[in-house]
Design a protein around this ligand. Structure first.
Ligand SMILES: Nc1ncnc2c1ncn2[C@@H]1O[C@H](COP(=O)(O)OP(=O)(O)OP(=O)(O)O)[C@@H](O)[C@H]1O
Length: 477
C-alpha cells in the first residue's frame, strides 16, 4: 500500500446535504496512526506494558501522525489522551480545562461594560433606546454562547474522565508501581542461569477489588536461577497474580519480592520489564501493522542486522511457518487493517443502508483462525526470548485455541529455549509439563498449599494429587 488517495462514499440520499460519509484511505502512515492509537485499548495493555513498549508505541504513533500530516486533521488532542492513558498524567485534561476557563474569563471581561450598562438601564429605564436594546441583545447572545461552550467543555471533560477511568485502570497501576529503583538488571548477584525468585510473606489485593479476600495471602517460596516451575490451582487461586507480582505489573500490598536476592523495588523498572518475557491468553496481535512488525515488537532493542533472522527463528519456534506460508503476502500481511469509520447519523444496524454496506465491504476480514493467531503471538515471544537480556519467561495458559499437537510443540519449544532462563508455566493441563518441572507450586485461595516435584506431591496425596488423578482418570475411563 502506498500513496495518499482518499476514496469517499457519500450518502446523498440521507438528506439534501451530505450527513454521512465513509472514507477509505490507502495511506500507510494514516493506517499506522490508527493502529498505534488503538493500542491504548485494554485488550493490548498486557502486551504493551509487559513488552516494555510504551515509549515505542507513543513514538511510532507520533511519527506516523507527522508523516500523515493533514490527514489526521481533527484528531489532534488524541495525543494528549494517549499519553495520559499510559502515564497517568492528565496534561490534556488540564490544558483543556485551562483554555475553557481562560475563554470564559476573557469573555466576561470583554462584556463587563455591557453588563454594567444593562444593570444601569434596569435601575433607570429612561436611559434605554432601540440601539441600546439591540446592542444588549447581541452581547447577551455572545455571553450565552460562551457559557454554553463552557458547559459543552465541562461535559466533554467529564466524558473524557469517565472514559479514562473505564479504559485504563493501568493508571492506578502506574501510580502504585513507583519507578524509583537505581540498580541495573541483571545486577552483580545475577546468575548466567536465569533469574532467582523469592517471595517473602507476600499478600496482595487488587486496587479497588470488591473481593473479601485478597488475591494472594501470605505467600512465600524460593526458586533457584534456571529452574522450570509449574504453577497449578483452581480458577481464581492466584496463579496469574503471581506472574503480575513477579514481573512488577503490581507491587505486593505487604511482604517482599526478591530477584537474585535483591528487593525488586531497588531495580529500575524498565530493566526488569526488559528481562522478562510473558506469554498469556491476553496477549494479542497488534492490528493494522504487518506480521513482520508484530513479531519484531518482541524485541525493539534488537540490532537491525539481526532482526530478519530472529523473526524467522521466532516464526519457526512459534509454529507459525505454515500460517504465514499460506498468506499471499507472507510476513508482510496486515491483519485487521484499520478502516476509518465515520458513522454519525447512520444506524449501523440497518443492513440496507448503503453506507453500512460500504463499511462492511471495507472492513478487512482476518483470514487466520484463533489457534493460528496464538501461534503468531507465540512467535513474538520467541523473538523476545532470543535476547540475552531475558532471564525469566512466564507462560500463562496461552494454548486454549491450539490443537493438541500445537500445544505439545509449543511447550516443547519453550522448554528447549530455557537455557539461561528461569521458566514459570501456569497450566490447568498436567500431562505435558508437570513431569519436567523442577518444582510445582500448587495454589488454593491465594495461598500456596503444596510445593515440590511431581513425585513428592503425588506421594503427599493432597491437592495436586487430587487434580492430577481427575485428569488421568478422564483418559482411562
Ligand atoms: N484486575 C483485577 N482486579 C480485581 N481483582 C482481580 C483482578 N484480577 C484478578 N482478580 C481476582 O484475584 C483473584 C486471583 O485471580 P488470578 O487471576 O490470579 O487467578 P488464577 O488462579 O490465575 O485464575 P484462572 O485459573 O481462572 O486464570 C481472583 O479472585 C480474581 O477475581
Amino acid at each position: 500500500m502506498s500513496g495518499s488517495r482518499l476514496t469517499m462514499y457519500d450518502a446523498q440520499m440521507l438528506s439534501p446535504v451530505t450527513l454521512a460519509r465513509v472514507i477509505e484511505t490507502v495511506n500507510e502512515d494514516l493506517h499506522r496512526y490508527f493502529s498505534f492509537e488503538e493500542l491504548v485499548e485494554t485488550d493490548y495493555r498486557m502486551d504493551v506494558i509487559s513488552g516494555d513498549l510504551v515509549e515505542h508505541v507513543i513514538n511510532q504513533r507520533a511519527k506516523s501522525a507527522r508523516a500523515a500530516g493533514d490527514m489526521v486533521f481533527g484528531l489532534r488532542g488524541a495525543e494528549d489522551i494517549f499519553v495520559r492513558q499510559y502515564t497517568g498524567v492528565g496534561a490534556g485534561t488540564i490544558r483543556n480545562l485551562q483554555s475553557i476557563m481562560t475563554a470564559v474569563f476573557e469573555d466576561c471581561v470583554e462584556y463587563m461594560p455591557m453588563v454594567y450598562y444593562a444593570l444601569r438601564v434596569i435601575r433607570n429605564p429612561s436611559e434605554i433606546s432601540l440601539a441600546t436594546i439591540t446592542t444588549l441583545q447581541t452581547s447577551m447572545l455572545s455571553i450565552r454562547g460562551t457559557f454554553s461552550n463552557f458547559l459543552i467543555g465541562v461535559t466533554e471533560l467529564n466524558r473524557a474522565a469517565v472514559e479514562l477511568r473505564g479504559i485504563y485502570d493501568l493508571e492506578v497501576v502506574n501510580n502504585v508501581v513507583k519507578d524509583e529503583g537505581q540498580l541495573s538488571y541483571p545486577g552483580e548477584k545475577s546468575s548466567e542461569e536465569g533469574m532467582a525468585l523469592e517471595l517473602r510473606n507476600v499478600s496482595f489485593r487488587y486496587p479497588g477489588s470488591q473481593n473479601i479476600d485478597g488475591a494472594l495471602d501470605d505467600v512465600s517460596f524460593k526458586i533457584s536461577a534456571g529452574e522450570l516451575i509449574v504453577v497449578v490451582g483452581a480458577n481464581g487461586s492466584g496463579k496469574s497474580t503471581l506472574v503480575n507480582i513477579l514481573s512488577r505489573l503490581y507491587d505486593a500490598t505487604s511482604g517482599q519480592v526478591l530477584l537474585d536476592g535483591v528487593d525488586i523495588k531497588e531495580y529500575k523498572l524498565s530493566e526488569i520489564r526488559q528481562a522478562v518475557a510473558i506469554l498469556t491468553q491476553d496477549h494479542q496481535l497488534f492490528p493494522g501493522i504487518s506480521l513482520k512488525e508484530n513479531i519484531s515488537l518482541g524485541d525493539v532493542h534488537c540490532a537491525e542486522d539481526e532482526v530478519e533472522r530472529r523473526i524467522a527463528e521466532g516464526v519457526r519456534k512459534g509454529g507459525a511457518e505454515n500460517v504465514i506460508g499460506k498468506l499471499e503476502r507472507g510476513v508482510d500481511t496486515v491483519l485487521d487493517s484499520r478502516v476509518l469509520r465515520y458513522s454519525q447519523l447512520v444506524d449501523e444496524g440497518d443492513e440496507t443502508n448503503p453506507l453500512v454496506i460500504k463499511m462492511e465491504q471495507l472492513e478487512r476480514t482476518s483470514n487466520v483462525s484463533g489457534g493460528e493467531r496464538q501461534r503468531l503471538v507465540a512467535s513474538r515471544t520467541f523473538m523476545r526470548m532470543q535476547s540475552n537480556r531475558i532471564k525469566l519467561v512466564a507462560v500463562d495458559e496461552p494454548t486454549s485455541a491450539l490443537d493438541p499437537e500445537g500445544e505439545l510443540t509449543l511447550f516443547t519449544q519453550l522448554r528447549e529455549a530455557r537455557k539461561g532462563k528461569t521458566m514459570l508455566f501456569i497450566t490447568h493441563r498436567f500431562g505435558p509439563l508437570t513431569k519436567h518441572a523442577d518444582n510445582i507450586i500448587c495454589m488454593k485461595d491465594g495461598k500456596i498449599v503444596e510445593f515440590g516435584n511431581h513425585a513428592s506431591l503425588m506421594e503427599m496425596d493432597g491437592e495436586y494429587c487430587k487434580m492430577y488423578r481427575i485428569q488421568a482418570d478422564a483418559f482411562q475411563s
